[in-house]
Each structure stands twice: as C-alpha cells, then as structure tokens.
Ligand binder design. Structure first.
Ligand code: PRP
Length: 185
C-alpha cells in the first residue's frame, strides 16, 4: 500500500489540527444559534466515516448521529458516475438542525442530492461540512459551510477516501502513482 503512494498532500498532524479548528468553529456556531432544536450529525458514508469520527469527538455538545450511504465513484472510477443513495439510517430529522459531513467536495453531486433530501424530510436547517474541496468550478460554486482544505483538482485517497474501496485506512491524504490508477483489475 505504501509503495502505491505518489506524494503526501496533507500529513496527519495537519489534518488533526484542522479538524480541531473546524470542530471549534462548528461548536461555536451551533452554540450561538440561540435555537433549542437538537443537532443531528450525518456522515455521508463510506468516505466520511474517519473524518466524522475524529470531528465529533471534538464537539462537546449534545448530538445524535444519522447515516446515509451515497455512491458516485463505484469501483475504480476516478470520475463521478452520478450520485446515488444506497442506504440510510436516519432517525426522524424533523425540526432538527442537521450537519452533513463529507470527506470531499468534487462535482457537488453528492451534497446536491443529500441536502434537499434532508430538507424534504423536515430538517430545521442543514449545514454542510467537508474536509476537502477540489479546485474545480462546480466544487467552488457549491456553498459549503465548513471547508477543511482546498486541494488541487487531483484524485486523492486516504483518511477515508478510497480507490476501489482501498486506501481508506491511510492516515494522510495522498495521491497515487499513475500506474496504480491505470492498472487493470
Ligand atoms: C465520494 C466522497 C464524497 C463524494 C464527493 O464518495 O466520499 O461523498 O464522492 O464527490 P462529488 O462531490 O463529486 O459528489 P464515493 O461515491 O466515492 O463513495 P464512498 O464515500 O463510499 O467512497
């Protein structure tokens, strides 16, 4: 696995530091809402699981967790095939403040699908939080509320992000060598 890495884009210490900063901002914003609605955090699986697990442990306020699984880059895809909800374990989100958490904002198809869904389900508000935002026009056009890092428009893995469901357990955000991306299955 280590031999497949081209370069480390964001080392683990920088991720940890930024996650703490984001959590502080989120905590401050939700605390100062002056709103008694409870909070539901919804990671968009599978990619957001590691980011969300680290993030929520830095948010010392009462919250519940829902989950939704969306796929746009099945298998060895490096370009979006269109976002599709595969499953959801959302309890009643009516009148709750929802924070959607995703690992990366690329085409915006995923958040563009899930934000309206949560609103249709009756959420009082829906905020969005992404660890990474790619440098492309559609990602930049999407108004995410919390953004960890702006990164180049390259295919990245690690810290939850995958290629063919591998590399999610790498602790850094990395790029892969071209021959790994191009290798036949
Ligand atoms: C990835 C990633 C985001 C989404 C972002 O999910 O985890 O959820 O794509 O891309 P977009 O802005 O172009 O929609 P993927 O479909 O690969 O599923 P995964 O979370 O299981 O890896």
């Amino acid at each position: 696995m280590q031999g497949d890495i081209d370069r480390i884009l964001i080392p683990r210490q920088r991720i940890a530091q930024r996650v703490r900063e984001m959590a502080r901002q989120i905590t401050a914003d939700f605390s100062s809402d002056g709103d008694s609605c409870e909070i539901t955090i919804v990671p968009i699986l599978t990619g957001a699981m590691i980011f969300c697990a680290d993030l929520i442990r830095e948010i010392p306020i009462s919250l519940r967790i829902g989950m939704i699984t969306v796929s746009s880059y099945p298998g060895r895809s490096v370009a979006s095939q269109g976002a599709e909800v595969l499953s959801r374990q959302l309890e009643d989100v009516r009148s709750r403040r929802v924070l959607l958490v995703d690992d990366i904002l690329d085409t915006g198809n995923t958040l563009g699908l899930v934000v309206p869904l949560l609103k249709e389900m009756g959420a009082a508000s829906v905020r969005t939080c992404v660890l990474l935002r790619k440098d492309n026009p559609t990602a930049l056009a999407f108004q995410a509320d919390y953004i960890g890092f702006d990164i180049p428009n390259e295919f990245v893995v690690g810290y939850g992000l995958d290629f063919n469901n591998h590399y999610r357990n790498l602790p850094e955000i990395v790029t892969l060598k071209q021959h790994v991306l191009e290798a036949r299955p």
